[in-house]
Design a protein around this ligand. Structure first.
Ligand SMILES: C[S@@+](CC[C@H](N)C(=O)[O-])C[C@H]1O[C@@H](n2cnc3c(N)ncnc32)[C@H](O)[C@@H]1O
Ligand code: SF4
Length: 414
């Protein structure tokens, strides 16, 4: 899932209705930036349907009700990619993420068709990482084997909790037994997989959270994503807030997570991401290092670099609107160049999430601007004890990581 919030100070680049080839030509014209090299390129494919909408979820996901138009959607994804090719001409894809929604609702044949379309149209890196999100309760062992045989080499399973009572409170369609079964199937078929869990759940005690995290670690996943439940605006939980643990209890949970994951051999390399050695999520790392991504499918976001500009795109969000817009010519609802004023903030918003930080020259490489553009903000963050820097490294300090929003906000101002 793309973790980047849109930034308001974006200048319109071209009309969203201009043809893709014309847009590509316009993007190649001289502009206000000078990039010495283009970053690695990832592909994100969005699948917008779920069996049921969870009450805490603000992702672009829609209840299937009477099924979903698999063939029509796969046709649209292929057309979407074909239209986008002029924007990424000659570039290899280093990672793919098929996310949702619940992409494991796709039939084995449907997923196979999607991957063969992608392979036909795009040059893949030889060691490409291809991740797919899967929800317990939506797949059996046979389907997983078929996904693997089609080319998926990493799974991300939405476990959330192993406790049936908490899963019920979250409105999930699976129970604790199905969560364990899903991990078993993943272990048997994939040597690389991630488990998503949430904590600070309605009525959850510290001990219950500990049992969840310990159970997850006991299953030895190569990667864990551990999220604090947030009550997102415009969700059922925001309207009818459930009784969630208080701040002290949730701070205790975070401490417990740090202890258990460290003891289990996991490095907390990003806010919510924990990995065994060599098992960091390469797709997400590309986002956090301000790499490029093309997003296809309903509501997908893209960030694409050209020698003299960086452009963002967003596709129509509702699946029906997205599908209909192909008749009108283009699924792209918004397209805008990221202004120089917003670039520094956007880079830091991502890179500061990484525990290890980044080498200073990455800033110039990714934004086409000198580090002097954000010198004042770097100084202020350093003075506040939230940032460490030397000639080889810029990284958040422990204080900066604890108050990450405050640290990121420093880079919003001039
Ligand atoms: C793209 S989402 C959904 C993936 C998949 N459909 C699922 O739900 O299992 C990826 C992850 O974000 C986390 N997540 C979703 N909503 C959240 C919220 N309100 N607060 C914290 N984490 C959330 C969940 O752990 C979820 O697995
Ligand atoms: S299954 Fe995942 S994407 Fe679908 S509604 Fe629930 S949290 Fe959102």
């Amino acid at each position: 899932m793309i973790p980047i919030k849109p930034v308001s100070s974006q200048a319109p680049a071209t009309s969203a209705t201009a043809g893709p080839a014309q847009a590509a030509l316009a993007f190649l014209k001289p502009g206000s930036l000078q990039l010495t090299a283009l970053p690695p390129l990832s592909l994100y494919v969005h699948f917008p349907w779920c069996v049921r909408k969870c009450p805490y979820c603000d992702f672009n996901s829609h209840e299937v009700k009477d099924g979903f138009p698999e063939q029509q959607y796969l046709d649209a994804l292929r057309a979407d990619l074909e239209q986008s090719l002029p924007l990424i001409w000659g570039r290899k894809i280093s990672t793919i993420f098929i996310g949702g929604g619940t992409p494991s609702l796709l039939s084995a044949a449907g997923l196979d068709r999607l991957l063969s379309d992608l392979r036909t149209l795009l040059p893949f890196d030889s060691d490409i990482e291809i991740t797919m999100e899967a929800n317990p309760g939506t797949f059996e062992a046979d389907k997983f084997r078929a996904y693997r045989d089609s080319g998926i080499n990493r799974l991300s399973i939405g476990i959330q909790s192993f406790n049936s009572q908490h899963l019920h409170a979250l409105g999930r369609i699976h129970d604790g037994g199905q969560a364990l079964k899903a991990v078993e199937i993943a272990q048997a078929n994939f040597d690389n997989f991630n488990l998503d869990l949430m904590y600070a759940l309605p009525n959850q005690t510290l001990e219950e959270a500990r049992t969840d995290i310990a159970t997850a670690i006991g299953l030895a996943p190569p990667h864990l994503s551990l999220y604090h439940l947030t009550l997102e605006p415009n969700t059922l939980f925001a309207k009818f807030p459930p009784p969630v643990p208080d701040d002290d209890t949730s701070a205790d949970m975070q401490e417990m997570i740090a202890e258990l994951t460290t003891a289990g051999g996991y490095a907390n390399y990003e806010v919510s991401a924990y990995a065994r050695p060599q098992r960091r999520a390469r797709h997400n790392l590309n986002y956090w290092r301000f790499g490029d991504y093309l997003g296809i499918g309903a509501g997908a976001h893209s960030k694409l670099s050209f020698p003299h500009r960086i452009v963002r795109q967003m596709r129509y969000k509702h699946p029906q609107t997205y599908l209909q817009q192909f008749q009108a010519g283009s699924p792209i609802q918004e397209e805008a160049e990221i202004g120089r004023d917003a670039l520094g903030f956007e880079f830091m918003l991502n890179a500061l999430r990484l525990t290890e930080g980044f080498p200073p020259n990455l800033f110039a490489e990714r934004t086409g601007m000198g580090l002097n553009q954000i010198e004042k903000q770097l100084d202020l963050a350093e003075k506040k004890g939230m940032l460490y820097r030397d000639h080889a490294l810029i990284r958040p300090t422990d204080l900066g990581r604890r108050f990450l929003n405050d640290l990121q906000e420093i880079f919003l101002s001039d």
